[in-house]
Design a protein around this ligand. Structure first.
Ligand code: TYF
Ligand code: FE
Length: 459
């Protein structure tokens, strides 16, 4: 019994797991000691999908698929008997994104069963408040019903109780359940051995052209909230997650863009959910405060999409920027690239350094590896949600890290064996978050965000 194994803390309070592992004071990145207490309250494996709620799923999915190089793998809409919403699912590697939009409030829905619990009023309220925004993170768990029972008994806010749906063709099924994550964004637990694309109730797209620009999976997904500590305490209490890294306004360098940030992680550190809060009292409004205003409340700020070859991936994405794809924040100064070899030492080969400058990438490193990153402009009309494209070059002795982390499953170990690495000898597995989150680039990045917000007249 999981609850007993972790002490019988009252719902929402600091159960023993949370209290032991969780340091509720920000100390900044220099003072922070990394430690993995493996305190998850139930098994959680990896990101399963993200779902955007939007006004028109057909057009939004088409634009994201073209811009990022994703294959259209599944749909649920009127053509498949769903009169509640239109939903399209895109995929590249393990990266899965769903786009869902409500149909007319007037149509007859009496004979139509949506693939999962769906409230049309909630969808219209969501759109009115947030515009294009992320509704759900799906994470893969062993048992979504148990995950829901345990997390809600520890203070998780229930949104949708478990529902199981079986696919008529394959006979396989899937269970989902949801708790609130932050704002109107939910954490969706997904379990079961469903064999088809996405979730039961969705149909595959026959003859869909296979597209990929090399994106592999979601690396981290960042939320913006008004107050950091209650949010991370919530995640520690109802999920058992631990703190993986943190940054304070001082680490960020430019006090104008004030923010504090904590990165929360599950046991295997493959699910990384940083959380930001604004700081106040600076000359300029925090970019996180700007988000909270433009998004009308807390929500998902950015998703980092991981590739194993950022040069190839970025050439493809940039080639489509002017044709309806995604655009990027202004590139760093020439001075940034002059200082780069000094900052990162001999970590990168000369050709990669040239490509990095050509594509306007940012580079940072920590004791475990090198991070290559670049940020898109906001994805939709509002200056709210955006993407980060990243590659992590892990250099650490992976055996040592794995000895401390949960023993990998055979499938995870096999999957980790593949995948090229640039600039270093191949390493046998992946270390979650190696190379960090780009602390060394905060000054450069936040300057460009500040300029962008000034140009929009919103800050
Ligand atoms: O995930 C991160 O922490 C980095 C840095 O508004 C970052 O990508 C933090 C805040 C922000 C943009 C990027
Ligand atoms: Fe990030």
């Amino acid at each position: 019994e999981v609850a007993e194994a972790h002490g019988n803390g009252a719902a929402g309070a600091n159960g023993e797991a949370g209290a032991e592992v969780f340091n509720k004071k920000l100390v900044g990145c220099e003072g922070f000691q990394r430690h993995n207490p493996r305190s998850d309250l139930f098994p959680m494996h990896k990101f399963h999908h993200i779902e955007f709620w939007c006004g028109d799923a057909t057009n939004t999915a088409a634009r994201f698929g073209y811009g990022l190089g994703l294959t259209h793998v599944a749909k649920s809409d009127q053509s498949t008997g769903n009169h509640h919403f239109a939903s399209h699912v895109l995929q590249s590697g393990d990266l899965v994104m769903a786009f869902t939009a409500p149909y007319s409030t007037q149509t007859d829905k009496s004979d139509s069963c949506p693939p999962y619990e769906y409230n049309q009023d909630a969808a219209y309220d969501f759109l009115k408040r947030h515009g294009l925004a992320v509704r759900a993170f799906g994470i893969l768990v062993d048992d979504a019903a148990e995950a829901f029972r345990i997390s809600t008994s520890r203070g998780g806010d229930p949104v949708s109780p478990p529902w199981t749906r079986t696919d008529a063709t394959s006979g396989t099924s899937c269970t989902c359940a949801e708790i609130r994550l932050y704002g109107d964004c939910v954490l969706r637990f997904v379990s079961g051995g469903f064999q088809g694309p996405f979730l039961p109730g969705y149909q595959p797209i026959p003859d869909s052209p296979q597209v990929s620009y090399g994106l592999q999976r979601l690396d981290h997904a960042v939320g913006n909230v008004a107050e950091l500590i209650p949010q991370v305490e919530y995640m520690a209490a109802c999920l058992g997650w631990h703190e993986f890294a943190e940054f304070t306004a001082e680490d960020v360098g430019t006090v104008d863009s004030g923010l504090n940030s904590m990165v929360m992680a599950n046991n295997n550190e493959m699910i990384l959910l940083p959380v930001n809060e604004p700081t106040h009292g600076t000359k300029r409004k925090s970019q996180i405060q700007t988000f909270l205003e433009q998004n009308e409340g807390p929500g998902l700020q950015h998703m980092a999409l991981k590739t194993d070859d950022i040069v190839a991936t970025m050439r493809q994405i940039r080639a489509r920027s002017a044709y309806g794809g995604f655009d990027f924040m202004p590139r760093p100064s020439a001075d940034y690239y002059r200082k780069l070899p000094g900052r990162i030492g001999h970590a990168l080969p000369a050709q990669l350094l040239k490509d990095v400058e050509e594509l306007g990438l940012l580079v940072d490193k920590d004791d475990q590896g090198v991070l290559l990153q670049i940020f898109t402009k906001p994805l939709g009309d509002r200056p709210t949600v955006f993407f980060e494209i990243i590659q992590r070059l892990c250099t650490l002795d992976v055996q040592q890290v794995q000895a401390e982390a949960a023993p990998p499953t055979a499938a995870a170990a096999a999957a980790a064996l593949e995948g090229p690495r640039v600039g270093r000898a191949a390493v046998p597995a992946e270390v979650g978050g190696c190379g960090g989150f780009g602390k060394g680039n905060f000054t450069e990045l936040f300057k460009s965000i500040e300029e962008y917000e000034t140009d929009l007249g919103i800050n």
